[in-house]
Design a protein around this ligand. Structure first.
Ligand SMILES: [Mg+2]
Ligand SMILES: [Zn+2]
Length: 197
């Protein structure tokens, strides 16, 4: 494989439900994104999963919707502290993640400046498009791994191969859009990806 090809592929990763477990909310009775840093922990297989992707020449890029501040469900400090925990995990293990794109908007939020219709909220493709340009990626060699329909829709719109994680804590908006591949967790998804070609 040429050097150009080696640099041109990436795996895009949803965060909540893929890298870290969702958290049961006793008020809404569903599993949701963590709103406090105390509720954030990466799954035990994330390190070996990302190491394998790096070893196989993939850039690893997080694309995550984080509307909890816009909705008044989390403080800005907590949102940022959770991001810092993931960043520190990555850097502490030799930079396992290359980039992070977070959308803080929600069309029906209560914080005015974040309560807008934006192009960065998945399934919007603004962030993957920016990453494709920034890293000169070949879309046909890229993957999107996520646990929600919006992840699969976003990946498909980009022309990526899509992988749905079938979490043991399924999210409510999952199942209406067919992904290209299924996996029970991130590590299984990564094994399928690196063994695919
Ligand atoms: Mg998710
Ligand atoms: Zn946005």
């Amino acid at each position: 494989m040429s050097e150009a090809t080696e640099n041109a592929k990436a795996v895009f990763l949803d965060r909540d439900g893929v890298i870290n477990p969702l958290v049961y909310n006793p008020v809404t009775l569903v599993y949701e994104s963590p709103n406090s840093p105390d509720d954030f922990e990466v799954y035990p297989y994330v390190k070996k999963s990302l190491e394998l992707l790096k070893l196989s020449g993939y850039k690893t890029i997080v694309v995550s919707n984080q509307p909890s501040f816009a909705k008044g469900k989390a403080t800005w400090e907590n949102i940022k502290e959770i991001e810092r925990k993931l960043y520190d995990f990555s850097v502490g293990n030799g930079c396992l993640l290359d980039d992070y794109y977070y959308c803080y908007h929600h069309p029906e939020g209560i914080v005015p400046e974040y309560s807008i219709v934006c192009k960065c909220r998945k399934p919007g493709t603004l962030f993957p498009e920016q990453a494709v340009n920034k890293y000169d990626l070949d879309k046909s060699l890229c993957y999107f791994i996520g646990d929600s329909d919006t992840d699969i829709m976003c990946g498909k719109a980009m022309g990526f191969v899509t992988v749905r994680i079938g979490s043991e804590r399924p999210v409510s908006n999952s199942g209406a859009v067919a992904p290209d591949m299924f996996a029970s967790d991130l590590y299984k998804a990564v094994l399928d990806i690196v063994n695919r070609r």
